[in-house]
Design a protein around this ligand. Sequence first.
Ligand code: PLP
Length: 457
Amino acid sequence: MLTNSLVELDRQHLVHPVSSFRGHEARGVRVLRSAKGATVTDVEGRELIDGFAGLWCVNAGYGHESVVEAAAEQMRRLPYATGYFDLGSEAPIRLAAALAERAPGDMNHIYFTLGGSDAVDSTIRFVRYYWHAKGQPERDQFISVAQGYHGSTTMGAGLTALPGFHDGFGVPYAWQHKISSHYLYRNPLGDDPQMVIDASVAELRAKVAAIGEDKVAAFYVEPIQGSGGVLVPPKGWIKAMRDVCKELGILFVADEVITGFGRTGPIFASAEEGIVPDLMTCAKGLTSGYVPMGAVFMSDHVYDTIADGAGAKAVGHGFTYSAHPVSAAVALEVLALYEGGLFDNGIKAGARLMAGLESLRDHPLVGDVRGRGMLAAVELVTDKDKKTPLPPEVQPATRLFDRAWDQGLIVRSFAQGIFGYAPPLCCTDAEIDAIVERTRAVLDITLEDPEIRAAMR
Ligand code: PLP
């Protein structure tokens, strides 16, 4: 009864993000009610393992009372403080200092946002301001990577390179350019890592030359491309791209909205690659999804250039909820939990997850298994030699998601027929094993689909 009325109210009034409005009306919502650890429970009492940590964000897992208490304590004492007018509050100051201490190199300056998209948008504004401050306002062209995702604000959606975020929205803008993705499994050049690295370096150089070397402002990368299908670059790819940017004098922006906070093992994936970006974004795991928050990290030279360029003038970029004290208090407590054992557990669980998913390679539908730490994907094909994607009639995004749900598992199911995994770092061995077993069950059931059987013939 409760479910029916909620489904109906949802259908009539709630607009869902990145959804087919009509498709959602027809399918109806599944209403979640509570969660603990890595398990979520819906309103009918059905328990599922959340193999995607909400939306790759609940890295610490659900139900930490200390996080709830940190938020409540902050709300009771000081629920809000603006950062305008030289005001501030303790939690964001302590959080900025803690993050600067843990960030790669000299990324000592932190600007807090409400999530990942406005963090990316903020970097675009800061990059433009930086080049104006340097007396080179003509550097106003941006480059990102095909299959990349950099959020859903108008400017970020243009850096994003997924057509679904462009069609009908009038983006990308003319100043937003792309180079090809590394996508090792489907790279037309093959999967030799060095060849792929060399090709990306050559393409970036060629793109910069074509735009004009003195016109390019910044290059954006995700250390692992998430929403494009969990695409892991070959080792050395990011370092090579960072080096080209340094040589050509282009700002390098690492978008760590997914990869930050232990998702791939260390606190930031950039550190793992041994690089120091000029700017970096994060969100999601920053507060583990308990409340919204994102951040922009600026290296000393970016901050100082903007500061000196502005002089006594205000740098006109800010939100009412920049550096929100409740979000910061939550982030500080989440950081304590991560460093109190969750990062270590994530590394152990990530190794088990990757080994488990690798064991699925023998399945007739599995073309590729890839990932790092607690961020992974299984790509389904109907012909392993030809790497034939699942037929569109199967509608992988909804059908595979539904099948996993029926097995008691939530995983991301990409339209191309790719399962994406990003479980909470708190997962036990038994939960990781269940994620793998339930995935195998979904694969076995899917193998019986008439459309799949026809495509395999
Ligand atoms: N950047 C990357 C790499 C992301 O994966 C995302 C979200 O998935 C964003 C930016 C946007 O973050 P948000 O959804 O918090 O606005």
